[in-house]
Design a protein around this ligand. Structure first.
Ligand SMILES: [Ca+2]
Length: 114
């Protein structure tokens, strides 16, 4: 029983880690085009994941939901468009505005300064 649980957790970790491959991050950067040297450009895994963990943050969950809805395992312009008007982290700035400003759309503490 205990071994089964550990093995299950391992599979979950592997699947979560598999999404955040360098290829996925490169594709994200190509589509999002965050401002050079911005928090978003430097965030890498933390763009979509809880920092240091495989768990997805609110933005990562929205990306995963959009990929599932559009039946794709790749990041596409259609997914970015579907996410643009959402405010994943509920900081009152939509994802498109956060990306343009280079702030993190999955972290409510990171938002454009007024
Ligand atoms: Ca934010």
């Amino acid at each position: 029983m205990k071994i089964k649980t550990i093995a299950g957790a391992g599979i979950v970790l592997c699947c979560a880690a598999a999404l955040a491959t360098p290829a996925f991050q490169i594709e994200y950067a190509k589509l999002a085009k965050p401002p050079k040297d911005s928090a978003l450009a430097k965030a890498a895994c933390a763009t979509c994941h809880v920092p240091g963990k495989p768990a997805l943050n609110a933005y990562g969950k929205d990306i995963a939901a959009a990929m599932k809805k559009l039946k794709t395992k790749k990041l596409t312009p259609a997914i970015m468009k579907a996410l643009a008007k959402l405010d994943s982290d509920k900081d009152k700035v939509n994802n498109a505005a956060e990306i343009k400003a280079g702030t993190l759309p999955g972290d409510p503490k990171s938002k454009p300064s007024k």
